[in-house]
Write a protein that binds this ligand. Sequence first.
Ligand SMILES: O=P(O)(O)OC[C@H]1O[C@H](O[C@H]2O[C@H](CO)[C@@H](O)[C@H](O)[C@H]2O)[C@H](O)[C@@H](O)[C@@H]1O
Length: 939
Amino acid sequence: MPGSTTSMPLDSFHEPYTRSGDDVSLDKVRDQITVLEDELRKKDIPLTGRIIHVCHYLPIVPTLNTRPNMPSPPATPPSKAGDVPPSPTSDPAASWSDNKAPSERSHATTDAAAWTLKPRYGHAAMISGIRSLSATHDQLIVGWTGDIQSPTQGERVTAATVGPKEREALDDALKGYITKESDGDLDVDDDDADAEARGLKRRKTAYVPVWLDDKVAHGHYDGYCKQTLWPLFHYLLWQDVATEYASADAHYEPYVKTCQAFADAIAKVYTPGDLIWVHDYHLLLVPRMIREAIPDATIGLFVHTPFPSSEVFRCLPRRKEILDGMLGATLVCFQTYSYSRHFTSTCVRVCGYEITSRGIDVEGHVSTVMHCPVGIDAARVGRDVLRPGIKPKLEALRNLYEGKKIIVGRDKLDFVKGVLQKLRAFEKLLQDYPEWIGNVVLIQVTSPALTDSPKLERQVSELVAHINGEYGSLDFIPVHHYHQTLKKDEFYALLSVADLGVITPLRDGMNTTSMEFVIAQERTKKSPSVLSEFMGISKHMEDALQVNPWDLGGVAKAIHQGLVMSNEEKASRHARLHRVVTTHTSHHWAAVLVKNLLGQMGGEGQARQTPYIPKEVLERRYNSAKKRLFLFDYDGTLAPIVKVPSHATPSPQTLQALSALSSDPANLVYIISGRDGAFLEEHLGHLTDVGFSAEHGGFMRDRGSKEWVNFTEKLDMEWMGEVLEVFKYYTERTTGSHIEVKKSSITWHYRSADPEWGQFQCRQCQDLLENNLAHKRPIEVLVGKKNLEVRPIAVNKGEIVKRILYQNPDAEFIFCAGDDKTDEDMFRALLLFSSGQTKATMEPPLSITLIDDDDASSSSPTSTSAEPKYKPVDLAIDKEAVFTTAVGHSSKRTLASWHVTTPQEIVEHMLELVRDVQGGDEGFGQRVKREEKGEESKL
Ligand SMILES: O=P(O)(O)OC[C@H]1O[C@H](O[C@H]2O[C@H](CO)[C@@H](O)[C@H](O)[C@H]2O)[C@H](O)[C@@H](O)[C@@H]1O
């Protein structure tokens, strides 16, 4: 009996196909990119050296200086110098469009300064990462224009009213915007003179605006993104949506339309050899849409938010569409291992997709999954914290709270940021450690969230008032709450002055403030921070005091620990954190993504693209052939895969196609299946002109015959009992699995079991069979579609194909289709031509020399004693008339020359070939049959 299997090691289960960002320096990663690109070029794989980034927003705010279709007013005067942009972590949709940034300027356009362009703030980590790539690559950034502002008219302009002339003018203005150069260490608001002085050079960056109808754009963002996906990804499950909106599905349509507009924009600018990176949860359908338009594209998808557990994600009504959309990518990357594990598990559990050593397999297209946190632009933050405006603000804060420890919190006022829980934990600190009353203040800044929640704002204010009422006095206010947007200097002054940072979101994709805090503290106190364990970056910041934000006592204790920490401990923790934050930067992240995406091209990572079957060639070859062979697998080829094997019955169209094909005497039609004879007879046996092979080549029934030839008759079949015992063992421990016992093969099915457990058990079972049985018994263990099969090693589908071909060397057309690994034996058998050969000869196959004939060396009555009974035969077939066809995705690994995507397409192609028989033109066989009978042509 098998040894006992213990609990499933879920984590290690995912290890083979999920990789993390490398732990090597940025320079090293850039060197690796160069090496990879050289290798790819040597292999003649096209590479343009350009990266297309697809971001929800353009990192530029275009402002229309003119009222659409009105004469142009004078260009907007430049903004006041010295105005400070808001915090780099703020949301772009919080629209900073009225702030004048240092680099803001009008651009001369075809329509005399029709547009003013200025940097869009927000998503600083992502944008800095993208921009850093301009050190090594040309870049194209595709993004939505955002709402079009028109300050001169003091009103918002709808995208629909921006005519083609203005759109063209924006394209021109954007071209003007790209002239700044950088080695990737520059920021969007660095000025050119500064850059030149530092000797920095940028590769070309261009921008492609995506125009969206206002209603669609807002249905997409305010609707599906913010009301459906955002809460789901942060484990909030639409408490409000359920009451305030029709359903979680309400805004799906604008989401699709928006994604399609992005995919269309990319298809227009794409050149073979570009790398494409799609960013974030706003655009999850885009990878698949691009794949449909450009099947060979190399596409990465980076998800900046968390990805929830499969039990949460499965609540999404459009779960399959969203997952399929994401799986159009070649590489899907998350911030952390746990998000990537949730994603993979969701693909397996919700969609039933298989996991291979390369990644998640969707009908043969494999998406690799990895994780790598974004990090921040540490160099830039390092420069920012030295801004001269910070010092006076910092000193003012110090004076204000002299003699007291300062705890700092700065969060967006969004439920998931956990501000309420943080305030309660602070109250708990004052309760559990009363020595802090009068000696510690919490400065909590909340910036307005995109979707303002007056309820949350009220709750926060009430709680602050309660704590201050309870623990404050005339000369001591414990909590200082500011609900406002901080300017950059104020933000860094606040982080720098703190004795403790408390950043405790309930869920956060990454969290940049926690890393900015470390950089800000480098020059001041090296104060520690209390961080939520539910942030993407937490795993990398083990030297912070990590807490569960829901555990108020635990958070209070960590705050106390941070406040009383010795200077030595602070310094050593800080040093380690500083190393992490300055090593895993956004620049490093961006380079790692590019390196990994390149790694998917050309080599092991990227399967060959199998072209779609060329319908016209197929028809032409069919019509000109005097004899044709059709060799079909059954499950997954003639019938779609379904949950219960006995339900996989042929559709009326399949039967019609098989009947029409086989009724043409020029056609020999065979179904070569893993099914047993009984199943094939029951559902297809009435097709008397069709021949069958059952149990992966174990049995054969020729057309017109009712007799099955058993090729396994003389084989040692003792192993069947042993395999059955093993399968029974695994069936007992795998609820939902079952055994299908056939005459000379056995299949263990786990499609209805828990997908992860089923697959895990399948691997265990396979190991056991291969290591304990297969080497001493004449068997082969086959991994099928959610099954494990064992059959005699002496038989396989390839042998049956060879046999049929050997017996029909005059065939001039071969169509052979299959969907799984066992069908690759058929395709291999049809690799008849070595390179340069146009005609082929075939040796007698084993199924004839060994199985049909007891005395393989004996001579036939007609042959001389020196001659073998079976001789090689010359085949009539041309190389181009062999149509081996895999059913599945074009990137599926296969020996087949062509592909179709579904069994339905196989049937449709067959019906096309015989449409003549059913009403139109007649085929070659029909014509011969009719002419033999002396009939006139129908036409
Ligand atoms: O060689 P094939 O004709 O492709 O048969 C291979 C096996 O197919 C069947 O199992 C598979 O199809 C079932 C129906 O769609 C599905 O429920 C199961 O999960 C698949 O593994 C069949 O039951 C096996 O006996 C065949 O060997």
